[in-house]
Design a protein around this ligand. Structure first.
Ligand SMILES: Cc1cc2nc3c(=O)[nH]c(=O)nc-3n(C[C@H](O)[C@H](O)[C@H](O)COP(=O)(O)O)c2cc1C
Length: 415
């Protein structure tokens, strides 16, 4: 037996979250919830399909209030009906011994009167001006000038985060991830392009980070820090934000986050646009920021099997979040373990619609799984020649880290 374990298939602890492997489902908005932001049965199936033993799923971004919404049919965590909808999802994931955290979201100035009759909110009254269109139940519009939050209203939004965090517990999640990335409200505060306030929430890097830390402190009233993660996009420009000096802005944020001992920091590395470090394949900026974090770091954006395994192996990240590949491959962890082919994704069904492009992507057949396993351990690929149970037993003996791998394989073989 010559196979060395793929670095993605070793256990890791993200705070109190005990992962058996490092292939994480990235948060993915799919716009298939009810009009009142309740996950439907089809979402239960979608998440259950992607759950694996000891695998971490991050839910699609989930709005903390009606006014936080910026896209149609996204889920929420501010009503009892939404809690009940999510409870079915978390139960289904736990039945497969998976873990699931919810990504708490306020879209800020992406919000539109087409959702609630009033424009979205933001640190400053500056509309998105990058050509983005806002799709609402009433039609598609140009972004509106948002309402600039007063200090009192900021406190109300912070309270909505706390309330959603509490409801996340009632819904059975294993933790929460704060969405501080991709140009939404938290990042609108962080970026001087969208935040021109002159009070304690604007001006200096420290002031622009004040809202983020108030939100962190609020959710920590409901969850131990070892079950709270935060997603940031320090090189982000999506949503018409910009961080002119990202190292100066984000280094002190990460140093301060370290004091909270969060479960993880989740960094988006826009790898296609950046200068990549040859030895790690990730950008200099994200490499440097990731090194500053004393919490484990999840990396995301554009990873494949080899680059993900390399980034974990060289210590850049503790785990890798996969987006588009996980949309198209419900059994992505298994496929990455076995090195089998991936289904291609269909962009046209990313947002909205039915089960097409959502729950109908094919799994590996038991036959394909068996052949992949045979290839992986360098044994005879004939299913009958070596019983599968012997192959699994051999894998487990190879190294304790294979235990998590074989736990992944065993249920697939029982299909
Ligand atoms: C359809 C779709 C929906 C997304 N929704 C979210 C979201 O809700 N929250 C978030 O933080 N990122 C979201 N993203 C970004 C992904 O989490 C991920 O960072 C991105 O897809 C890059 O990773 P990939 O190359 O593995 O796909 C979304 C991406 C896609 C393609």
């Amino acid at each position: 037996m010559s196979a060395t374990p793929n670095a993605l298939f070793t256990p890791v602890k993200l705070g109190a979250l005990n992962l058996a492997h490092r292939v994480v489902l990235a948060p993915l908005t799919r716009c298939r919830n009810s009009i009142d932001n309740v996950p439907q049965d089809i979402a239960v199936e979608y998440y259950a399909q992607r759950a694996s033993h000891g695998g971490l799923l991050i839910s699609e971004a989930t709005v903390i209030s009606a006014r936080a919404q910026g896209y149609p049919q996204t889920p929420g965590l501010f009503t009892a009906k939404q809690v009940a909808g999510w409870r079915k999802v978390t139960d289904a994931v736990h039945a497969k011994q998976g873990l699931i955290v919810t990504q708490l979201w306020h879209t800020g100035r992406v919000g539109h009167s087409g959702f609630t009759g009033v424009p979205g909110v933001a640190p400053s009254a500056i509309a998105i001006a990058d050509g983005t269109k806002i799709s609402t139940p009433k039609g598609t519009f140009d972004p509106e000038v948002p309402h600039a939050l007063t200090v009192e209203e900021i406190a109300e939004v912070v309270e909505q985060y706390r309330n959603a965090a509490k409801l996340a517990r009632e819904a059975g999640f294993d933790g929460i991830e704060l969405h501080g990335a991709n140009g939404y409200l938290i990042e609108q505060f962080l970026s001087p392009k969208s935040n021109i306030r002159t009070d304690q929430y604007g001006g200096s890097d420290e002031n622009r980070a004040r809202f983020l830390f108030e939100v962190v402190e609020a959710v920590l009233q409901e969850w131990p820090s070892a079950r709270v993660g935060l997603r940031l996009s320090p090189a982000g420009v999506f949503g018409d934000v910009l961080h002119p000096t990202p190292l100066e802005t984000f280094s002190p944020i990460i140093a301060r986050l370290n004091q909270y001992k969060l479960a993880y920091l989740h960094l988006i590395d826009p790898r296609k646009q950046s200068e990549l470090l040859p030895e790690s394949g990730i950008s200099q900026l994200i490499h440097t920021l990731s090194r500053l974090s004393t919490s484990p770091v999840i990396g995301a954006d554009g990873f494949d099997r080899d680059t993900a395994a390399a980034a974990v192996k060289n210590g850049s990240f503790e785990a890798i979040a996969f987006g588009r590949h996980f949309i198209a491959n419900p059994d992505l962890p298994l496929r990455l373990l076995l090195g089998t082919e991936l289904n291609p994704y269909d962009r046209s069904s990313f947002y909205g619609g039915s089960e097409k492009g959502y729950t109908d992507y094919p799994f590996l057949t038991p036959e394909q799984t068996s052949i992949g396993l045979g290839n992986l351990i360098g044994n005879n690929t004939d299913r009958t020649a070596i019983p599968l149970s012997d192959k699994l037993a051999a894998l487990e003996q190879e190294s304790s880290s294979w235990k998590s791998a074989s736990q992944l394989i065993a249920p697939a073989l029982l299909l």
